[in-house]
Design a protein around this ligand. Structure first.
Ligand code: ZN
Length: 315
């Protein structure tokens, strides 16, 4: 089974606390490492979490408030220092190209990293590769901000017993997968006869925003939604004024989008660890799925694939 998990590097919004570093999330997805919103201290948090700069293949920034990007200079410099050999793509709101440029060259260093910028304009696909499609949608915050959605295409899972029954082994399995059919003796075996539908997995990353349609669209049918919940429901007015979500609203997004696992993060410094249960409970009152309150250095696995027959959305 391939490794798909979220490594939580930090969970604080505006100001870090003794127990929470600024934001930072590394999504490990098979051989890829997508680094979301590296806040200040991300480089050191990676060390504590046991992940390396070489594991980063793409960087996604939702917006350029400091808690989501001040770790970028250090991370890029470290990737250069470590001579990361592969191409690294960086996505961010296109309106703030200048801010990205400043962060990229905030300090003097020998820049050896092959970094390709992918500024995000409007709604749509940002990166399309065989294993997944990464899409973005604008969110509702005080500055240009986007959320991200990673979608694995649906595929087919080969059934070993059915392959064995027809005597198909070795390179013939790959041939059958590529061609969709295979001549075995005087018969033709089709892919459908020896496999079953396999639902692609979906991941959504929703940071600083008011409640908006885009948040629901990003989370649609997601296996894991990482969602900001800066405030408790009692501070709903503050949340709206500053362009943030409450824990209950995060729960509503997950519920109405038919998501499965909701990861709450980006907490206001006004809450300490004793308030965590309250935030999780408020989200759970709106959402019947699993709610996880993120802690720094947590590793949260993506849930197993949905069974083929399960409807993807609740709507
Ligand atoms: Zn923030």
């Amino acid at each position: 089974m391939s490794e798909r998990e979220l490594v939580v590097l930090g969970t604080a919004s505006q100001a870090p606390t003794r127990s929470r570093n600024h934001n930072g999330y590394l999504l490990l997805w098979d051989g890829e490492g997508l680094l979301f919103d590296p806040g200040e201290g991300t480089q050191r948090q990676m060390l504590f979490a046991g992940v390396t700069a070489s594991q980063i293949t793409r960087i996604c920034i939702t917006h350029f408030h400091g808690d989501h990007c001040l770790g970028l200079p250090g991370v890029l410099q470290r990737m250069s220092l470590d001579r990361v050999p592969h191409v690294v793509e960086a996505c961010y709101p296109a309106e703030n190209r200048d801010v990205f440029a400043r962060l990229r060259h905030a300090a003097l260093f020998r820049d050896a990293l092959d970094l390709r910028e992918r500024p995000v304009e409007g709604v749509g696909t940002v990166i399309q590769v065989a294993p997944f499609r990464l899409a973005a949608e604008p969110l509702s915050h005080g500055v240009p901000a986007v959320g991200y959605r990673l979608v694995e295409p649906d595929g087919r899972r080969m059934l070993p017993d059915k392959l064995a029954a027809r005597g198909i082994t070795g390179p013939d399995v790959g041939r059958l997968q590529r061609q969709g059919h295979l001549a075995v003796g005087d018969q033709v075996v089709t892919l459908e006869q020896v496999s079953e539908p396999r639902r692609g997995q979906r991941f959504a990353f929703i940071m600083d925003t008011r409640l908006c349609d885009a948040a629901f669209a990003l989370a649609d049918g997601a296996d894991m939604v990482v969602c900001e919940s800066t405030f408790a429901d009692a501070e709903a007015a503050l949340a709206r004024e500053y362009g943030h979500l409450t824990a209950g609203q995060a729960g509503r997004i997950a519920a109405e989008s038919g998501a499965r696992l909701l990861v709450l993060t980006h907490f206001s410094q006004r809450y300490d660890s004793s308030d965590g249960q309250r935030l999780a409970t408020e989200a759970a009152m709106a959402f019947g799925g699993e709610v996880v309150l993120a802690h720094d250095l947590d590793r949260i696995p993506l849930p197993p694939r949905r069974p083929p027959a399960t409807p993807v959305t609740a709507r």
